[in-house]
Design a protein around this ligand. Structure first.
Ligand code: HEM
Length: 404
């Protein structure tokens, strides 16, 4: 069996992906890594995948799973991770669990977070988009005034967070999700404070809903029972917090990255403006072209292989979803934005048992928002002052000033 390839040039490109310049434009670096070594060995021992087929195979294969948090955090000096709300919430959530706990949590939440519940949000998405577009008249920061408030309002409504309380989640979720990348002690401290506040808020709200249920997801999660099994209070708070964290910035960045891609390709923006039935394929293409989630990690739970390359038990695998989305073996002319492309799903929502639970909701929001935005403001332009989030796992803009 072959061994994963380690080389100084791959080391350099992977290093660049951790730096602001590489993060700003990762695609040429992905391509260089893929051309040099599709199954590459990073300096820290992780195995790096940049082909679509390899990423998808790993995401679907039960021989790869999540790391045990005691091992993962113990190794980096955070043995007391359970006392850190930011790390505790992510690490004990469905996102970080393996079967059978993952299966159990996913089954319970899926009984409450149904396709019907998402479809019922369509009218709210349309109303919220209309209201936010009216407020964007003249221009301003697209992130602050549109791309962030939309998912905040919709997840807030889904869960049953009262409108007046929703805006406070914006800075809290942003601080908290900084721990998805490499973090400093200061970043971790801020993330812990933010996650603690979110947990407290959601715990109090869940207690209210337990006393007086309403027609919202939090009430449904409080009540959900599957063959006698139900969520404990800690699991319920963690699940609600996960939905908030997973559903906010990912969608904000889909809207921001999507808008920039469209404005960089005026012919494609015209397609979306003119063709009423192109919204679904357009959003799939925008997800592929510049995904707001670029990385999904797995751990080899046994000695195994990927594409004929040996992978020892305990290896960390880094699936570069954004690289797989631009793999020429999977997508014809992958660097071209083509809203009529029908070449199957990108990797942006992951795959296998952790496939994004909120994918239908994210699609709905983008399919309503982006065509409405371009139609209402045909002269919309990005003006100077755009600022990227300095991270690669979550890719998007913190500030995106526009004139319209
Ligand atoms: C454009 C928007 C979004 C993108 C690109 C995205 C992407 C992803 C990806 C890649 C994963 C899998 C992670 C992995 O396997 O390591 C995931 C999981 C998840 N996402 Fe999303 N997501 C988006 C929006 C949402 C929304 C709106 C929600 C909730 C309302 C949500 C909730 C979740 C949850 C709960 C999981 C964990 C599923 C599990 O572990 O079984 N996401 N998402």
């Amino acid at each position: 069996m072959d061994q994963p390839v380690r080389s100084p040039e791959v080391d350099r490109w992977l290093l660049e992906l951790t730096q602001p310049e590489g993060r700003a434009d990762p695609y040429p670096r992905y391509e260089a890594v893929r051309n040099a070594a599709p199954v590459a060995l990073a300096e820290d021992g992780a195995i790096v995948l940049t082909r679509y087929a390899d990423c998808l195979a790993v995401l679907h294969d039960p021989r790869f799973g999540r790391a045990d948090p005691d091992d993962a955090f113990g190794a980096v000096g955070l043995a007391n991770w359970r006392a850190m709300p930011a790390v505790f919430t992510i690490s004990t959530s469905m996102l970080s669990s393996n079967p059978p706990q993952h299966t159990r949590l996913r089954r319970l939440v899926s009984k409450a977070f149904t396709a019907r519940r998402v479809e019922l949000l369509r009218a709210s998405v349309e109303d919220t988009v209309d209201g936010l577009l009216a407020q964007l008249e003249g221009g301003g920061d697209f992130v602050d005034r549109f791309a962030f408030p939309l998912p905040v309002a919709i997840i807030g409504e889904l869960l049953g967070v009262p409108p007046a309380d929703r805006a406070a989640f914006q800075p809290l979720v942003r601080d908290w999700t900084m721990v998805l990348d490499v973090f400093t002690p200061e970043v971790l401290a801020r993330a812990n404070d933010a996650a603690a506040e979110i947990r407290e808020y959601l715990r109090a709200l869940a207690q209210e809903r337990r006393r007086a249920p309403r027609d919202d997801l939090l009430s449904a999660l409080v009540q959900v029972v599957d063959e006698g099994d139900r969520l404990t209070e800690e699991e319920l708070v963690t699940m609600a917090a996960l939905l908030f964290a997973a559903g906010f910035e990912t969608t904000t960045h889909l809207l921001g990255n999507g808008l920039v891609a469209l404005l960089d390709h005026p012919d494609q923006a015209d397609v979306l403006r003119r063709e009423a039935d192109v919204a679904a394929s357009a959003v799939e293409e925008l997800l592929r072209y510049d995904s707001s989630v670029q990385i999904s990690g797995r751990l080899a739970r046994q000695d195994t292989e990927v594409a004929g390359v040996a992978v020892p038990q305990g290896s960390n695998l880094v699936c570069y979803l954004g690289a797989g989305n631009r793999d020429p073996q999977r997508f014809a002319d992958p660097h071209r934005l083509d809203l009529h492309r029908h070449e199957g799903a990108p990797l942006s929502f992951g795959g296998g048992i952790h496939y994004c639970l909120g994918a239908p909701l994210a699609r709905l929001e983008a399919q309503v928002a982006l065509p409405a935005l371009l139609r209402r403001y045909p002269d919309l332009q990005v003006v100077s002052g755009a600022e990227r989030r300095d991270s690669l796992t979550l890719r998007g803009y913190l500030k995106l000033p526009v004139r319209c």
